[in-house]
Design a binder for this molecule. Structure first.
Ligand code: NDP
Length: 298
């Protein structure tokens, strides 16, 4: 029996893209067209898919997209040169270097070379610092997407106990920081869990909002969800299945048992995933607005 509200990430992402289309028109009226570049080093098939999706998303809302391929065997310096070129290119307001990069390249060093004003992933140390200080320039896409989903589902965070499972630099940590901020979409009491956390189930069960970002298929079941809690499932995991492709995607939450206790829950796919993509477009429009000196409504 399911009476949990299903939070529709595709629908919320589509609303955000509509708002962005208006902002892009405002920019166009001022003679500016936002541009996003993707950099892919090597030929990891999953990365290629992500990069292609980002390009298609751009096209849909009227963002110009650019792509740079770097040979997987090339030197780090070759990648740095491409980065330097993008930093200088006025048509490119934002860009991302698709992770993972090959083993012989230091991803941290790569990120440090990205112009922070064009760092639409929000991973540059300057942007991380600004976010922690409560002065974010670009919110990282997945955490920002989670905040927008909560807002769209009319879930207040103020005064709530939020448990986040996962402490990565791209999801868990920045989300914890954002929800902790003294702000309308923050003001939560945040618990951040990880693989060394003791009594994890207790921490999730006591939460008003559970965010699962562990990358462990269906590790959170209904018994770990408190009555009436809101569940945001960031996880995307491939598990073997009797399908055409030989696999299916599942979240970090066991959806069926979780819906028995949750008041609202995001599905996988169709929850956080589309939001992450929409928020990259959002950051690109914001970058263009800042660099072109044209104010837009975001
Ligand atoms: P990471 O692997 O970088 O981090 C996973 C975190 O979860 C780590 O902090 C790890 O702990 C913790 N963890 C792993 N297993 C357990 C466990 N059994 N119990 C408690 N904590 C655990 O992953 P990401 O943050 O990059 O991604 C997390 C998931 O979200 C993945 O499934 C990924 O595919 C998905 N994802 C989805 C996105 C979307 O748009 N929908 C975007 C980004 C990611 P420790 O630090 O101790 O190792």
């Amino acid at each position: 029996e399911t009476d949990a509200e299903i939070i529709d990430g595709d629908a919320v992402a589509s609303e955000i893209r509509d708002e962005l289309t208006d902002a892009i028109e405002t920019l166009a009226d001022a003679g500016a067209r936002p541009g996003l570049a993707t950099v892919l080093m090597g030929d990891d098939p999953a990365s290629e898919t992500y990069v292609n999706m980002k390009q298609r998303d751009c096209e849909e809302v009227g963002i110009e997209s650019y792509h740079v391929d770097v040979d997987g065997d090339a030197s780090p310096e070759t990648l740095y040169e491409e980065i330097a070129t993008l930093n200088e290119d006025d048509d490119v307001h934002g860009y991302i270097v698709q992770a993972p990069v090959p083993d012989h390249v230091d991803y941290r060093e790569v990120i440090r070379r990205v112009d922070p004003a064009k760092d639409v992933d929000g991973f540059h140390p300057e942007n991380v610092g600004r976010l922690v200080a409560g002065d974010a320039r670009f919110r990282p896409c997945t955490p920002h997407g989670v905040q927008k989903l909560l807002e769209a589902a009319a879930v207040e965070t103020e005064g709530k106990d939020v448990t986040i499972v996962g402490r990565s630099d791209i999801v868990g940590k920045p989300l914890a920081n954002l929800l902790l901020q003294k702000a309308d979409d923050g003001n939560a009491t945040v618990t951040v869990c990880h693989s060394r956390t003791a009594a994890l189930a207790e921490k999730t069960r006591n939460a008003d909002i559970v965010v699962a970002a562990a990358g462990a298929p269906e590790m959170i079941d209904g018994s770990m969800i408190g009555d009436g809690a809101v569940v945001i499932d960031v996880g995307v995991n491939r598990v073997d299945a009797d399908t055409e492709k030989g696999y299916e995607l599942v979240g970090d939450v066991e959806f069926d048992s979780a819906t028995e206790n949750a008041s609202a829950i995001t599905p996988v796919p169709g929850g956080v995933g589309p939001m992450t993509r929409a928020m990259l477009l959002y950051n690109t429009v914001k970058a263009a607005s800042l660099q072109e000196g044209v104010e837009v409504e975001l």
